[in-house]
Design a protein around this ligand. Structure first.
Ligand code: UT7
Length: 334
Protein backbone atom coordinates (compact mmCIF):
# COMPACT_ATOMS: atom_id res chain seq x y z
CA UNK A 1 0.00 0.00 0.00
CA UNK A 2 1.39 3.45 -0.84
CA UNK A 3 2.29 5.95 1.84
CA UNK A 4 -0.11 8.89 1.92
CA UNK A 5 0.69 12.44 2.97
CA UNK A 6 -0.17 16.11 2.71
CA UNK A 7 1.08 17.74 -0.51
CA UNK A 8 -0.62 21.13 -0.20
CA UNK A 9 -2.18 23.35 2.45
CA UNK A 10 -4.35 26.44 2.57
CA UNK A 11 -6.26 28.36 5.19
CA UNK A 12 -8.63 31.27 5.40
CA UNK A 13 -10.12 33.41 8.15
CA UNK A 14 -12.67 36.22 7.82
CA UNK A 15 -11.26 39.72 8.28
CA UNK A 16 -13.51 40.94 11.13
CA UNK A 17 -11.70 40.70 14.46
CA UNK A 18 -13.50 40.42 17.79
CA UNK A 19 -11.15 41.32 20.63
CA UNK A 20 -11.46 40.62 24.35
CA UNK A 21 -12.15 44.34 24.78
CA UNK A 22 -15.11 44.00 22.40
CA UNK A 23 -16.44 41.09 24.49
CA UNK A 24 -16.11 43.14 27.67
CA UNK A 25 -18.81 45.38 26.17
CA UNK A 26 -21.07 42.44 25.34
CA UNK A 27 -21.03 40.24 28.47
CA UNK A 28 -19.83 40.37 32.08
CA UNK A 29 -16.21 39.39 31.42
CA UNK A 30 -12.72 40.86 31.42
CA UNK A 31 -9.73 40.67 29.14
CA UNK A 32 -7.79 39.45 32.17
CA UNK A 33 -10.19 36.50 32.78
CA UNK A 34 -10.20 35.44 29.13
CA UNK A 35 -6.44 35.77 28.75
CA UNK A 36 -5.48 33.92 31.91
CA UNK A 37 -8.12 31.17 31.63
CA UNK A 38 -7.83 30.53 27.88
CA UNK A 39 -4.88 32.38 26.30
CA UNK A 40 -7.24 33.81 23.66
CA UNK A 41 -6.74 37.49 22.75
CA UNK A 42 -8.95 37.77 19.69
CA UNK A 43 -10.97 35.69 17.23
CA UNK A 44 -12.44 36.12 13.75
CA UNK A 45 -16.11 36.38 12.95
CA UNK A 46 -17.91 36.08 9.60
CA UNK A 47 -20.46 38.59 8.45
CA UNK A 48 -24.01 37.32 8.92
CA UNK A 49 -24.52 36.50 5.22
CA UNK A 50 -21.35 34.40 4.86
CA UNK A 51 -21.80 30.61 5.11
CA UNK A 52 -19.08 28.14 6.07
CA UNK A 53 -18.83 26.92 2.46
CA UNK A 54 -17.32 30.30 1.56
CA UNK A 55 -14.49 29.87 4.10
CA UNK A 56 -13.97 26.27 2.98
CA UNK A 57 -13.89 27.34 -0.66
CA UNK A 58 -11.23 29.98 0.01
CA UNK A 59 -9.08 27.55 2.01
CA UNK A 60 -9.56 24.82 -0.61
CA UNK A 61 -8.55 27.16 -3.42
CA UNK A 62 -5.29 27.96 -1.65
CA UNK A 63 -4.58 24.30 -0.87
CA UNK A 64 -5.08 23.28 -4.52
CA UNK A 65 -2.78 26.09 -5.64
CA UNK A 66 -0.17 25.11 -3.05
CA UNK A 67 -0.32 21.49 -4.21
CA UNK A 68 -0.38 22.54 -7.87
CA UNK A 69 -3.36 20.26 -8.34
CA UNK A 70 -6.12 21.04 -10.85
CA UNK A 71 -9.76 20.71 -9.78
CA UNK A 72 -10.38 17.84 -12.22
CA UNK A 73 -7.66 15.78 -10.51
CA UNK A 74 -9.48 15.75 -7.15
CA UNK A 75 -11.44 12.53 -6.64
CA UNK A 76 -12.65 12.96 -3.07
CA UNK A 77 -13.74 16.00 -1.05
CA UNK A 78 -14.39 15.76 2.68
CA UNK A 79 -15.57 18.72 4.74
CA UNK A 80 -15.41 18.36 8.51
CA UNK A 81 -17.67 20.84 10.28
CA UNK A 82 -20.24 21.21 13.04
CA UNK A 83 -21.59 24.29 11.28
CA UNK A 84 -22.47 23.11 7.75
CA UNK A 85 -24.38 25.42 5.40
CA UNK A 86 -27.40 23.09 5.63
CA UNK A 87 -28.39 19.82 7.30
CA UNK A 88 -28.37 18.64 3.68
CA UNK A 89 -27.01 18.82 1.03
CA UNK A 90 -23.49 18.27 2.31
CA UNK A 91 -21.26 21.34 2.41
CA UNK A 92 -18.58 19.22 0.67
CA UNK A 93 -20.81 19.05 -2.43
CA UNK A 94 -21.27 22.83 -2.44
CA UNK A 95 -17.55 23.47 -1.98
CA UNK A 96 -16.61 20.95 -4.67
CA UNK A 97 -18.97 22.67 -7.10
CA UNK A 98 -17.50 26.11 -6.36
CA UNK A 99 -13.97 24.80 -6.79
CA UNK A 100 -14.88 23.30 -10.17
CA UNK A 101 -14.41 19.77 -8.83
CA UNK A 102 -16.95 17.66 -10.69
CA UNK A 103 -17.55 13.91 -10.50
CA UNK A 104 -15.59 13.53 -7.28
CA UNK A 105 -17.04 11.81 -4.23
CA UNK A 106 -17.98 14.46 -1.69
CA UNK A 107 -19.35 14.18 1.82
CA UNK A 108 -19.35 15.87 5.22
CA UNK A 109 -17.91 14.38 8.33
CA UNK A 110 -18.94 15.37 11.83
CA UNK A 111 -16.52 14.56 14.61
CA UNK A 112 -16.55 17.86 16.48
CA UNK A 113 -13.16 19.47 16.94
CA UNK A 114 -11.50 16.15 15.96
CA UNK A 115 -13.11 16.48 12.52
CA UNK A 116 -10.00 17.39 10.55
CA UNK A 117 -8.01 14.49 12.01
CA UNK A 118 -10.92 12.13 11.31
CA UNK A 119 -11.12 13.57 7.77
CA UNK A 120 -7.43 13.00 7.10
CA UNK A 121 -7.68 9.49 8.52
CA UNK A 122 -10.68 8.72 6.30
CA UNK A 123 -9.35 10.21 3.07
CA UNK A 124 -5.96 8.55 3.51
CA UNK A 125 -7.59 5.09 3.51
CA UNK A 126 -9.08 5.71 0.05
CA UNK A 127 -5.65 6.66 -1.26
CA UNK A 128 -3.77 3.89 0.54
CA UNK A 129 -6.07 1.27 -1.01
CA UNK A 130 -5.49 2.74 -4.48
CA UNK A 131 -9.13 3.72 -4.96
CA UNK A 132 -8.23 7.40 -5.32
CA UNK A 133 -5.04 9.37 -5.99
CA UNK A 134 -5.99 12.83 -4.79
CA UNK A 135 -8.26 14.00 -1.98
CA UNK A 136 -9.12 17.39 -0.53
CA UNK A 137 -9.87 17.50 3.20
CA UNK A 138 -11.23 20.72 4.71
CA UNK A 139 -12.01 21.65 8.29
CA UNK A 140 -14.23 24.72 8.39
CA UNK A 141 -16.42 26.43 10.94
CA UNK A 142 -18.64 29.44 11.46
CA UNK A 143 -19.07 28.87 15.20
CA UNK A 144 -20.10 32.49 15.67
CA UNK A 145 -23.44 31.48 14.13
CA UNK A 146 -24.22 28.92 16.84
CA UNK A 147 -22.75 30.86 19.76
CA UNK A 148 -24.98 32.16 22.53
CA UNK A 149 -23.70 35.73 22.74
CA UNK A 150 -25.25 36.11 26.19
CA UNK A 151 -23.34 33.16 27.69
CA UNK A 152 -19.99 34.45 28.92
CA UNK A 153 -18.78 30.91 29.64
CA UNK A 154 -18.77 30.01 25.94
CA UNK A 155 -18.99 33.14 23.78
CA UNK A 156 -15.42 34.18 24.59
CA UNK A 157 -13.97 30.91 23.31
CA UNK A 158 -14.93 30.37 19.71
CA UNK A 159 -13.95 31.74 16.30
CA UNK A 160 -14.52 31.21 12.58
CA UNK A 161 -12.12 29.93 9.92
CA UNK A 162 -11.16 27.09 7.60
CA UNK A 163 -8.09 25.06 6.72
CA UNK A 164 -7.59 22.60 3.87
CA UNK A 165 -5.13 19.87 2.90
CA UNK A 166 -4.54 18.03 -0.38
CA UNK A 167 -3.61 14.38 0.12
CA UNK A 168 -1.75 12.17 -2.34
CA UNK A 169 0.60 9.19 -2.31
CA UNK A 170 4.08 10.20 -1.07
CA UNK A 171 7.51 8.56 -1.03
CA UNK A 172 8.23 5.52 1.12
CA UNK A 173 8.71 6.42 4.76
CA UNK A 174 6.87 9.77 4.48
CA UNK A 175 3.32 10.82 5.20
CA UNK A 176 0.99 9.36 7.83
CA UNK A 177 2.91 6.83 9.91
CA UNK A 178 0.25 6.14 12.53
CA UNK A 179 -3.39 6.98 13.18
CA UNK A 180 -5.37 6.76 16.40
CA UNK A 181 -9.09 7.59 16.52
CA UNK A 182 -11.62 7.12 19.27
CA UNK A 183 -14.95 8.18 20.71
CA UNK A 184 -16.83 8.01 23.98
CA UNK A 185 -20.49 8.73 23.40
CA UNK A 186 -21.22 8.73 27.13
CA UNK A 187 -19.88 12.31 27.06
CA UNK A 188 -22.21 13.38 24.27
CA UNK A 189 -24.12 15.80 26.45
CA UNK A 190 -21.16 17.81 27.79
CA UNK A 191 -20.62 19.58 24.47
CA UNK A 192 -23.73 19.83 22.35
CA UNK A 193 -25.95 21.95 20.13
CA UNK A 194 -29.20 20.49 21.47
CA UNK A 195 -31.83 21.52 18.91
CA UNK A 196 -32.18 21.46 15.16
CA UNK A 197 -31.83 17.70 14.69
CA UNK A 198 -34.41 14.92 15.01
CA UNK A 199 -34.32 14.92 18.81
CA UNK A 200 -35.48 18.53 19.10
CA UNK A 201 -36.49 19.79 15.66
CA UNK A 202 -36.50 23.56 15.34
CA UNK A 203 -39.64 25.25 16.59
CA UNK A 204 -40.50 28.53 18.25
CA UNK A 205 -39.88 27.06 21.70
CA UNK A 206 -36.39 25.71 20.88
CA UNK A 207 -35.49 29.13 19.55
CA UNK A 208 -36.88 30.87 22.65
CA UNK A 209 -34.89 28.46 24.85
CA UNK A 210 -31.68 29.14 22.93
CA UNK A 211 -31.28 25.44 22.17
CA UNK A 212 -29.66 26.09 18.79
CA UNK A 213 -26.47 27.36 20.38
CA UNK A 214 -23.46 25.64 21.92
CA UNK A 215 -23.92 24.14 25.40
CA UNK A 216 -20.74 23.12 27.13
CA UNK A 217 -19.76 21.84 30.56
CA UNK A 218 -16.34 23.50 30.41
CA UNK A 219 -14.61 21.78 33.31
CA UNK A 220 -15.65 18.29 32.17
CA UNK A 221 -14.44 18.99 28.64
CA UNK A 222 -11.18 20.38 30.03
CA UNK A 223 -10.49 17.24 32.07
CA UNK A 224 -11.45 14.97 29.17
CA UNK A 225 -9.23 16.94 26.76
CA UNK A 226 -6.10 16.70 28.86
CA UNK A 227 -6.62 12.98 29.46
CA UNK A 228 -7.30 12.04 25.82
CA UNK A 229 -4.49 14.12 24.35
CA UNK A 230 -2.04 12.26 26.56
CA UNK A 231 -3.59 8.85 25.79
CA UNK A 232 -3.95 9.41 22.05
CA UNK A 233 -0.41 10.71 21.69
CA UNK A 234 1.04 7.73 23.59
CA UNK A 235 -0.98 5.22 21.56
CA UNK A 236 -0.19 6.76 18.17
CA UNK A 237 3.52 6.84 19.04
CA UNK A 238 3.37 3.18 19.97
CA UNK A 239 1.58 2.33 16.71
CA UNK A 240 4.26 4.20 14.75
CA UNK A 241 7.17 2.63 16.64
CA UNK A 242 8.34 6.12 17.67
CA UNK A 243 9.08 7.96 20.90
CA UNK A 244 7.96 11.45 21.87
CA UNK A 245 11.60 12.60 21.64
CA UNK A 246 11.49 11.78 17.89
CA UNK A 247 8.72 14.32 17.28
CA UNK A 248 9.77 17.81 16.19
CA UNK A 249 6.39 19.54 16.57
CA UNK A 250 3.07 18.80 18.27
CA UNK A 251 -0.03 20.55 16.93
CA UNK A 252 -2.94 20.03 19.30
CA UNK A 253 -6.48 21.26 18.77
CA UNK A 254 -6.36 24.95 19.66
CA UNK A 255 -9.09 25.12 22.32
CA UNK A 256 -7.37 26.63 25.31
CA UNK A 257 -3.73 27.38 26.12
CA UNK A 258 -4.12 25.80 29.57
CA UNK A 259 -5.35 22.52 28.04
CA UNK A 260 -2.37 22.43 25.68
CA UNK A 261 0.10 23.28 28.45
CA UNK A 262 -1.37 20.81 30.94
CA UNK A 263 -1.34 18.00 28.37
CA UNK A 264 2.21 18.94 27.37
CA UNK A 265 3.32 18.85 30.98
CA UNK A 266 1.85 15.37 31.45
CA UNK A 267 3.69 14.26 28.31
CA UNK A 268 6.87 16.06 29.49
CA UNK A 269 7.08 18.13 26.31
CA UNK A 270 9.07 21.35 26.23
CA UNK A 271 7.22 24.51 25.06
CA UNK A 272 9.24 24.84 21.84
CA UNK A 273 7.75 21.52 20.67
CA UNK A 274 4.23 23.02 20.72
CA UNK A 275 2.69 25.17 18.04
CA UNK A 276 0.06 27.52 19.44
CA UNK A 277 -1.89 30.18 17.52
CA UNK A 278 -5.18 30.18 19.48
CA UNK A 279 -4.35 33.64 20.84
CA UNK A 280 -5.38 35.05 17.44
CA UNK A 281 -8.21 32.75 16.39
CA UNK A 282 -9.78 31.25 19.51
CA UNK A 283 -11.22 27.76 19.23
CA UNK A 284 -12.18 27.18 15.60
CA UNK A 285 -13.18 23.52 16.14
CA UNK A 286 -12.51 21.41 13.02
CA UNK A 287 -10.58 24.30 11.45
CA UNK A 288 -8.08 24.75 14.25
CA UNK A 289 -5.53 22.05 13.39
CA UNK A 290 -5.26 22.84 9.65
CA UNK A 291 -5.13 26.59 10.46
CA UNK A 292 -2.26 25.96 12.86
CA UNK A 293 -0.52 23.50 10.53
CA UNK A 294 -0.66 25.93 7.61
CA UNK A 295 0.64 28.75 9.77
CA UNK A 296 3.45 26.57 11.14
CA UNK A 297 4.55 25.65 7.61
CA UNK A 298 4.34 29.28 6.45
CA UNK A 299 6.40 30.36 9.46
CA UNK A 300 9.13 27.88 8.56
CA UNK A 301 8.57 25.81 11.72
CA UNK A 302 8.20 22.60 9.70
CA UNK A 303 10.77 21.26 7.26
CA UNK A 304 10.83 18.22 4.99
CA UNK A 305 11.57 15.10 6.99
CA UNK A 306 10.23 16.53 10.28
CA UNK A 307 7.99 14.30 12.36
CA UNK A 308 4.78 15.91 13.63
CA UNK A 309 1.83 14.87 15.69
CA UNK A 310 -1.60 16.36 15.02
CA UNK A 311 -4.04 15.66 17.86
CA UNK A 312 -7.67 16.71 18.23
CA UNK A 313 -10.46 16.26 20.76
CA UNK A 314 -14.01 17.48 20.89
CA UNK A 315 -17.74 16.90 20.76
CA UNK A 316 -18.85 13.29 20.67
CA UNK A 317 -16.75 13.06 22.70
CA UNK A 318 -14.11 12.21 20.10
CA UNK A 319 -10.37 12.23 19.78
CA UNK A 320 -7.81 11.59 17.07
CA UNK A 321 -4.05 11.72 16.64
CA UNK A 322 -1.86 11.28 13.60
CA UNK A 323 1.91 11.01 13.21
CA UNK A 324 3.12 12.63 9.99
CA UNK A 325 6.55 12.64 8.44
CA UNK A 326 6.43 15.88 6.51
CA UNK A 327 7.33 16.06 2.80
CA UNK A 328 8.15 13.18 0.44
CA UNK A 329 6.13 14.46 -2.47
CA UNK A 330 6.73 12.30 -5.52
CA UNK A 331 7.94 14.34 -8.49
CA UNK A 332 5.71 13.95 -11.51
CA UNK A 333 7.93 13.70 -14.58
CA UNK A 334 5.10 13.92 -17.10
O1 UT7 B 1 -12.99 22.32 21.46
C1 UT7 B 1 -13.35 21.55 22.55
C2 UT7 B 1 -14.37 22.27 23.31
N1 UT7 B 1 -14.03 23.16 24.31
C3 UT7 B 1 -13.00 23.18 25.17
O2 UT7 B 1 -12.01 22.54 25.02
C4 UT7 B 1 -13.13 24.01 26.40
C5 UT7 B 1 -12.74 23.25 27.64
N2 UT7 B 1 -12.92 24.02 28.84
C6 UT7 B 1 -12.24 25.16 29.11
O3 UT7 B 1 -11.42 25.58 28.33
C7 UT7 B 1 -12.48 25.83 30.43
O4 UT7 B 1 -13.25 25.00 31.25
C8 UT7 B 1 -13.17 27.22 30.29
C9 UT7 B 1 -12.22 28.20 29.67
C10 UT7 B 1 -14.42 27.07 29.43
C11 UT7 B 1 -13.56 27.76 31.66
O5 UT7 B 1 -12.44 27.82 32.51
P1 UT7 B 1 -12.51 27.23 33.99
O6 UT7 B 1 -11.26 27.53 34.63
O7 UT7 B 1 -12.91 25.77 33.85
O8 UT7 B 1 -13.66 28.09 34.63
P2 UT7 B 1 -15.06 27.61 35.24
O9 UT7 B 1 -15.99 27.19 34.17
O10 UT7 B 1 -14.78 26.66 36.34
O11 UT7 B 1 -15.58 28.98 35.85
C12 UT7 B 1 -14.86 29.65 36.90
C13 UT7 B 1 -15.58 30.96 37.21
C14 UT7 B 1 -17.08 30.78 37.40
O12 UT7 B 1 -17.48 31.68 38.42
P3 UT7 B 1 -17.70 31.15 39.91
O13 UT7 B 1 -18.77 30.10 39.80
O14 UT7 B 1 -16.39 30.60 40.35
O15 UT7 B 1 -18.13 32.39 40.64
C15 UT7 B 1 -17.67 31.24 36.10
O16 UT7 B 1 -18.98 31.74 36.24
O17 UT7 B 1 -15.44 31.86 36.11
C16 UT7 B 1 -16.73 32.34 35.71
N3 UT7 B 1 -16.68 32.61 34.29
C17 UT7 B 1 -16.30 33.79 33.79
N4 UT7 B 1 -15.90 34.93 34.38
C18 UT7 B 1 -15.55 35.96 33.59
C19 UT7 B 1 -16.99 31.79 33.27
N5 UT7 B 1 -16.80 32.41 32.10
C20 UT7 B 1 -16.38 33.67 32.40
C21 UT7 B 1 -16.02 34.78 31.62
N6 UT7 B 1 -15.61 35.90 32.25
N7 UT7 B 1 -16.04 34.75 30.27
Amino acid sequence: MPNVGIVGLGSFVPEDILTNADLEKMVDTTDEWITTRTGILERRRVKSDVPVSELCYQAGLKALADAQVQPHEVQLVIVASVTPDYAFPATACLVAERLGIRQAAAFDLEAGCSGFVYGIATASQFIATGMYQTALVIGGETLSKITNWNDRATCVLFGDGAGAAVLQPVAEGYGFLGIELGADGSGGDVLIQPAGGSQYPADAQTVRDNLHTIRMAGREVFRFAVRVIEGAVCRVLEKSGLHKEDIELFIFHQANRRIIETAAKRLELTPEKLFVNLQRYGNTSAASIPLALDEAVQAGCIRDGDLLILAGFGAGLTWGAIVVKWGGREVDNN
